[in-house]
Write a protein of this length. Structure first.
Length: 124
């Protein structure tokens, strides 16, 4: 039913309709659910945080190791992944010859070299 209401000089028409409680619940539920993009926003945020905290630092570390392995030269003091300290006596394309003691040389893969020895290790 439609009733005109007069408030001052303006006329307002108000519709008084009876809405069933089940219809009201459906209207409220439909209006409160987020859209498609809003559902994926937390997942996207988690992926961005994961990239900056895990993937990017690992890529930087991998680039540094590859650069170090490429720049190896004879006479560098290195440590292997197995914990062997040695001095590079010879280089090949995919392997390195390490001198670990007087007249003792071993051949290891370039990828087996963990890094260069620090100054502290050289002094001992």
């Amino acid at each position: 039913m439609v009733r005109p209401l007069v408030a001052g000089k303006a006329k307002m028409t108000v519709l008084f309709a009876s809405i069933l409680p089940s219809q009201l619940a459906l209207l409220m539920q439909a209006s409160s659910q987020p859209g498609g993009f809003a559902l994926f926003l937390p997942l996207i945020l988690i992926m961005v945080i994961f990239y900056f905290l895990m993937i990017m630092p690992a890529q930087r570390r991998q680039k540094k190791v590859a650069e170090m392995l490429k720049d190896l030269k004879t006479g560098d003091k290195v440590i292997t992944n197995g914990g062997i300290y040695g001095t590079i006596a010879g280089l090949e394309s995919d392997s390195v010859q390490l001198r670990i003691a007087e007249q003792v040389k071993i051949k290891v893969s370039r990828s087996a070299i963990a890094g260069l020895q620090t100054e502290e290790k050289e002094a001992k």
